[in-house]
Design a protein. Sequence first.
Length: 248
Amino acid sequence: MTSIGERVFANCRGLVNIHLPQNLKSMGAYVFSDCRYLSGINLPSSVNSIGSNPFRYSKIENFTVDDGNNWFNMAENALVDADGSTLYAMPVKYFGNYSVPDGVEVIGGQAFIKCCTIDILTLPTTLERIGSYAFAYCYGLTDVYSHAIEAPVLGDSAFYPECSTCVLHVPEGCIDEYKQNGWDIFANIVDDVENPTSGIEEIGNYKHSDRNVTIYTIDGLPVAAPCANGIYIYKYDNGKVEKRVFRQ
């Protein structure tokens, strides 16, 4: 078998474990939707295509991706593409504070739907778009911290229902930017996140100099491959440190 169609195992609440064949290449949308007792699943190395959140409503205890898979990976318990720029699904049940991995540019539709156990959500500077119903019915959310200077584009009902009690935290001076781009669904918006553009010394390519340089996210995590238009900390071998926007 090389393909599984849409919703094939949807609502199979008696399903606790499944083994996917090594020749599987594609999975349709919502294949394992609401398989709420599915305890473990491994994505074979052959899988190169998936539909909208195949694991919707199914919070799996043990979700893995074969090391040999060249199209998908796991980052912070989320299913992402190979370069980490698109986040497809959050198949694992997660409690407390959750940070979308740095480098993610797109969060797919329904990716976090009904993740009611996440209360504080942090969105990275690299985020550009959030798909429809991505965070719908996340009733546990109390605070959302968005670090992007330009408000990410929101798909239909990205946060649903409207957030009357959840507080949105945005970079300093960016409240109007967010309100004018659909984020006024949050009744409470405060600009208490450090503006990552403050203190930027230069915009350019990190190869502009012969000096050795180590690159970190603004949170202090080392970066192997910076993303275009991302904001990073550059530390040179001579001890100099500067904040810069990466341009390819």
